[in-house]
Ligand binder design. Structure first.
Ligand code: PLP
Length: 371
């Protein structure tokens, strides 16, 4: 079954036909075969996250990625004397701030301009100034702009102050190489529908086992209790608490196999990076400019500025591209007008070249918009 268009968005993204196909059957949930598949997913995730596999575990959680972020924050930060340092330079960091307000978690926030990377010196100063901080959270790839934050350096810094570290690696895990042990990450969060190239329906956390074991009774929510979900999965050999998204889990398992067949994260990262380089090269030739300096641009998604002093509108551009088989993304930042084009998912360099051709003919056909 052919798709109507290619998704050049940061998730849900275009998946392979073979991933979609496993969802055409109904699968039971309360039996050993399914539970074994869940266990295989968990162990594959840990292996993707680190070579120090014994120290870590993977917990799956129903819902979109934000549900897992909320489950982690609500479970790992103690109700008494817990304080979270939030480092933010975009919408996803700001969402974490919002979650802590709802959850009633004490915080301190260090924010940086959306088009900049997080400022390590200011984070260091805050860690020094406020000894009450117990946890530090950072977004790795801030999908708002495509900035790749120095998560490894920030976690190392946080560890040197003895803090517990949480990384939202939602849009980078599976597409950018990292080792949670080497990077000093205690809790890493991602979801099914990003670089692993599954479909939406659950998120997951790669957690330091000992740190997670210490979280009993912390949860501020019954459903979003990461510790209880972990205990259930461990003790009942791959069972979830409450209904699990069976079709999505099956599709995700297939996506994990396909990631392995592609050659693992290194090879996938290369594909995304090539997509991104070719995209920027072609767009610059067409007169567009990127928002983020090359030094901290991720291979995941790229923000482009609207062409200056023209009648260009995103809506017209978007509709025209969609008609010709490409769905792109609006910008999400406040200060300048941007649109975004993602490189992740079942997307290859030939697709990028086709897209560039379509954009080129848009410019030629709609010259009045660029006057
Ligand atoms: C996609 C994403 C999320 C989660 O978004 P959902 O819409 O809840 O899946 C969180 N953080 C980042 C950085 C993301 O890219």
């Amino acid at each position: 079954m052919k798709n109507d268009y290619l998704l050049l968005t940061p998730g849900p993204l275009s998946t392979s036909e073979t991933v979609r196909k496993v969802m055409l059957k109904d699968w039971c949930t309360w039996d050993a075969e399914y539970n074994q598949l869940v266990q295989d997913v968990r162990s594959r995730l840990v292996q993707l996250a680190t070579t120090t596999v014994d120290k870590y575990t993977a917990v799956l959680m129903q819902g979109s990625g934000s549900f897992t972020v909320e489950a982690v924050l609500g479970t790992v930060i103690p109700k008494q004397r817990g304080k979270l340092l939030i480092c933010t330079n975009g919408a996803y960091g700001d969402r974490i701030v919002e979650m802590t307000e709802v959850l009633g978690i004490a915080t301190t926030v260090v924010s940086t301009e959306e088009s900049e990377i997080l400022d390590e010196q200011r984070i260091a100063a805050e860690l020094k100034r406020d000894p009450a901080i117990t946890h530090v959270v950072v977004v790795h790839c801030e999908t708002t702009t495509g900035v790749l934050n120095p998560a490894k350096a920030i976690c190392q810094l946080a560890k040197s102050y003895g803090k517990i570290t949480i990384v939202d690696a939602m849009s980078s895990f599976g597409g950018v190489e990292m080792d949670v042990f080497d990077w000093n990450i205690d809790f890493l969060i991602s979801s099914a529908n990003k670089c692993i190239q599954g479909v939406p329906g659950f998120g997951f956390c790669i957690a330091d086992r000992d740190k997670l074991e210490a979280c009993k009774g912390n949860a501020r929510s019954l459903s979003l209790d990461l510790y209880s979900q972990y205990k259930k999965m461990e003790e009942a050999n791959g069972k979830w608490r409450y209904t699990s998204p069976t079709h999505v889990v099956r599709a995700f398992h297939q996506a994990l196999i396909e990631l392995e067949e592609e050659g693992g994260i290194t090879v996938r990262n290369q594909r995304y990076a090539t997509n991104q380089e070719q995209l920027v090269k072609g767009m610059e030739e067409l007169g567009f400019h990127v928002l983020i300096p090359r030094a901290y641009q991720s291979p995941i998604i790229t923000s482009f500025l609207y062409p200056k002093q023209t009648n260009f509108t995103f809506e017209q551009f978007y509709q025209s591209l969609k008609k010709q088989g490409f769905v792109i993304y609006p910008g999400k930042i406040s200060k300048v007008d941007t649109f975004r084009i993602g490189n992740i998912g079942e997307v290859y360099v030939e697709d990028i070249h086709l897209l560039l051709g379509v954009i080129k003919s848009f410019i030629v056909d709609k010259q009045e918009l660029f006057a």
